[in-house]
Design a binder for this molecule. Structure first.
Ligand SMILES: [Zn+2]
Length: 290
């Protein structure tokens, strides 16, 4: 199987150091395996797309020398593919309409949805997929294999929201298959969700890529760097030093005085020396600099 990797940012704001580490890991693993590296813009929720942020993501990747192959994919243009997948699930009677409101779940932690048993209301409904009533194990190239009993531990989950937007779980599975992704290397915040994606792949008869989850970069309070907690945008003028720092986060031993080397030189070296086994097998990595 030809290696095809991908970086899939959400354009809700500028890329930060955590995004750089994720992009770099997937880029290096693809290039070290003579693979292709694709970009997918996860603009599933267009109102959340910050103006100008998609262009800023492309400029940022270029400034770090992370050149992608082919044309980027945009989730906002993929509604027909997601609708088709939902129809496939409907034909197999694997989905049902749920009219529960978010506030019902929020106000009562023990609230359980009975919509699978009851007729759908005339209210706007979300579509939920029936979780596998069995144990599910997904292998990981960095973290331990993960076993979940989806029905008991996760329950049925939403594949299309009440506002008609398709859920991330469905979109990511459909898009990984459409782009023939063989290897998904991404932040460990998505590790727990992988069995759900594996279940959808099984339901839709899609191939399962290899998964590799890298430590997410957190702030000093242990929160994942994100726009919500005001992670600083990457300073493109500091690209060589930041790239070198990102390589160190991935456990790759960099030569002395590497921080001043041009990004192209750092990347060429890193592809040559790439060692996936050196990536720390942990879920989090607190940021060490401001
Ligand atoms: Zn419900």
């Amino acid at each position: 199987m030809a290696y095809i990797g991908r970086f899939a940012p959400t354009p809700s704001g500028p890329l930060h150091f955590g995004s750089l580490v994720a992009a770099l890991a997937s880029y290096l693993d693809a290039r070290a395996n003579q693979g292709r590296w694709l970009v997918r813009i996860e603009d599933l929720d267009p109102p959340r797309t910050a103006p100008g942020s998609i262009d800023a993501i492309f400029r940022c990747l270029e400034a770090f020398g992370l050149h992608w192959d082919g044309e980027p994919m945009y989730q906002s243009l993929r509604q027909d593919a997601y609708q088709h997948a939902l129809s496939q699930l409907q034909q197999q009677q694997l989905v049902y309409a749920c009219s529960c409101s978010r506030s019902q779940f929020v106000s009562n932690p023990d609230y359980s949805c009975n919509c699978r048993q009851t007729a759908p209301s005339s209210q706007p409904v979300a579509m939920k997929v029936i979780a596998a009533d069995t144990r599910f194990t997904v292998q990981d190239l960095i973290l331990p294999p993960q076993t979940q009993h989806l029905a008991q531990q996760v329950g049925d989950f939403v594949v299309q929201r009440k506002d008609q937007l398709f859920a991330y779980q469905l979109a990511v599975v459909v898009d990984d298959a459409a782009q023939n992704i063989s290897h998904v290397m991404r932040g460990s915040d998505l590790y727990d969700q992988t069995p759900r994606q594996a279940w959808l792949q099984a339901c839709l008869q899609l191939p399962q890529p290899h998964y590799a989850h890298i430590p997410i970069i957190t702030n000093t309070q242990g929160q994942k760097l994100s726009k919500q907690n005001l992670a600083a945008a990457l300073d493109l003028k500091q690209a060589p030093a930041l790239l070198s720092e990102a390589l160190e986060r991935l456990g790759q031993a960099t030569p002395c005085n590497f921080r001043q080397a041009p990004v192209a030189e750092q990347l060429a070296w890193a592809v040559e020396q790439w060692d996936i086994k050196a990536i720390p097998a942990r879920k989090q990595d607190p940021i060490a600099f401001a």
